[in-house]
Write a protein that binds this ligand. Structure first.
Ligand SMILES: [Zn+2]
Length: 358
C-alpha cells in the first residue's frame, strides 16, 4: 500500500483529547497581544518566534521550557486575549480536520490582571463558541469541550474542581491536574477528586510522563482518574519479549480500558521517549491498550494532530485502519455523554474513514 500522505491525513476526521490552550497559540497572535500589554518577547518576527518556542522546548533545560509558557500565559490575562486565543484554537483545530477536541487550561494562571476565575472561563468559552461558528461558516464542523486544569504544586484544586462543576452545562466537560509530577503526587488533591466523584463528574490526571508507576497507580487507585494524561510510563510495568508480560498495574489499566492520552512529539522533547520510532505507543497499540494520539502543546512541539499521525505512519508503517482505531478510541474516551460520542463515531468518523480504507 502506498504511504499515506499528509494532506490526506488532514482530510480525515480526527479526535484530540489532550491539548493545552496555553501551548497552542499562533506566533503572530502572541506578538500582537504582547504589544498590546507591553510584554517583551525573544523575537517579534512570527517565523523566528515560532522557532524559538520549539528550540526552547527541545533544549532539555527545564528553565527554558517553562519560559515558553511564561510568554504565552502573559498574553492570556485579559478577556480579549483569552477570547482570541480560544477562537483561533478552535479554528486551527478545525482546519486540521479535528472534529472533536477537549482543550484544557488552568484558570488560576490567568488572574494576573484582575480577572476572576469565572471571567476567565467565560472569555475562553466565548472564544471557543466564536471559533466553532466561524469554522462552520468555512464548512468545517468541530465540537470543542473544555477541561479545567488545577496546578499540582498549588493548593486551589478544590476551588477549580467546583468551578468546573459549576460550568458543566456551559461547555466544561472535565477536570485535570498538571505540572511537575516529582514531589507533587496526585493524592495531595484527594479532596478535589472525591468531590468530583460525588458530583458524577469526569477527570483525567497528568501522570506517568516524567515520573513512573507510583504516579499512575495513585492517579487510578487513589484518585479514581477516568483517563491518564500521558500514562506512557505504564511500559515500566511490562516485561518486553516475544510475548510481553504485563504486571498487575499494566494489566489493570488494559483490562479496565483506561484511556492513555499519549503525546508522541511532546514525550520526545521532554525525554519521556527517545524517538518517535522507539515511542512505547507501538508496543501499547500492539497490546491493545486504549491508546489515543494527542498533541499536548502544538506551539512548543511545532505540531498538529495531522503531523502526529503522519509521524506515526512514518515510524510504524500504520495505515488507515490504525488511524481510525486511534480516532475511535479517543472518541470512546471523550467526556461528553455516551450517545453524543456514538453519534460522532457513526455519523462522522466511520463514514470519513470508509472513504479512505482500502
Ligand atoms: Zn499535558
Amino acid at each position: 500500500m502506498a504511504a499515506i500522505g499528509y494532506e490526506e491525513i488532514v482530510g480525515a476526521p480526527k479526535v484530540l483529547l489532550h491539548d493545552h490552550l496555553d501551548g497552542g497559540l499562533r506566533p503572530a497572535t502572541i506578538i500582537e497581544l504582547a504589544e498590546g500589554v507591553g510584554h517583551p518577547l525573544p523575537s517579534t518576527d512570527p517565523a523566528e518566534l515560532g522557532r524559538w518556542f520549539v528550540d526552547a522546548a527541545n533544549s532539555g533545560s527545564l528553565e527554558r521550557y517553562l519560559e515558553t509558557f511564561a510568554h504565552t500565559v502573559a498574553v492570556m490575562q485579559t478577556p480579549e486575549g483569552l477570547r482570541r486565543v480560544a477562537r483561533e484554537c478552535a479554528l486551527d483545530l478545525a482546519a486540521d480536520g479535528v472534529v472533536y477536541a477537549e482543550v484544557r487550561f488552568a484558570p488560576e494562571q490567568h488572574l494576573e490582571r484582575g480577572l476572576t476565575l469565572d471571567e476567565v472561563v467565560d472569555a475562553v468559552q466565548a472564544g471557543f463558541a466564536e471559533g466553532v461558528a466561524l469554522a462552520a461558516q468555512a464548512g468545517q464542523t468541530i465540537r470543542v469541550g473544555t477541561l479545567l486544569t488545577a496546578m499540582r504544586h498549588a493548593a486551589r484544586s478544590q476551588e477549580i474542581a467546583e468551578l468546573a462543576v459549576r460550568y458543566r452545562d456551559h461547555g466544561v466537560v472535565g477536570f485535570d491536574i498538571a505540572g511537575a509530577e516529582a514531589g507533587f503526587p496526585p493524592t495531595r488533591h484527594l479532596d478535589a477528586f472525591e468531590y468530583l466523584q460525588r458530583e458524577n463528574f469526569h477527570f483525567t490526571i497528568h501522570a506517568g510522563e516524567g515520573f513512573g508507576l507510583p504516579s499512575i497507580w495513585q492517579a487510578i487507585q487513589w484518585c479514581g482518574a477516568d483517563r491518564l494524561g500521558h500514562g506512557v510510563r505504564i511500559v515500566d510495568d511490562i516485561t518486553p519479549g516475544d510475548r510481553p508480560v504485563l504486571g498487575r498495574l499494566a494489566a489493570y489499566v488494559r483490562d479496565k480500558r483506561i484511556p492513555l492520552e499519549l503525546c508522541p512529539s511532546s514525550n520526545v522533547q521532554t525525554g519521556a521517549a527517545t524517538s518517535i520510532a522507539e515511542h512505547p505507543i507501538g508496543l501499547l497499540r500492539d497490546l491493545r491498550f486504549r491508546v489515543t494520539v494527542n498533541t499536548d502543546n502544538r506551539l512548543m512541539s511545532g505540531t498538529s494532530m495531522s503531523r502526529e499521525m503522519a509521524l506515526l505512519v512514518e515510524a510504524f508503517d500504520y495505515g488507515w485502519a490504525e488511524l481510525q482505531w486511534f480516532t475511535i478510541n479517543a472518541m470512546k474516551s471523550a467526556f461528553i455523554p455516551f450517545d453524543e460520542r456514538l453519534a460522532i463515531i457513526n455519523d462522522v468518523i466511520k463514514p470519513g474513514y470508509a472513504k479512505l480504507l482500502p
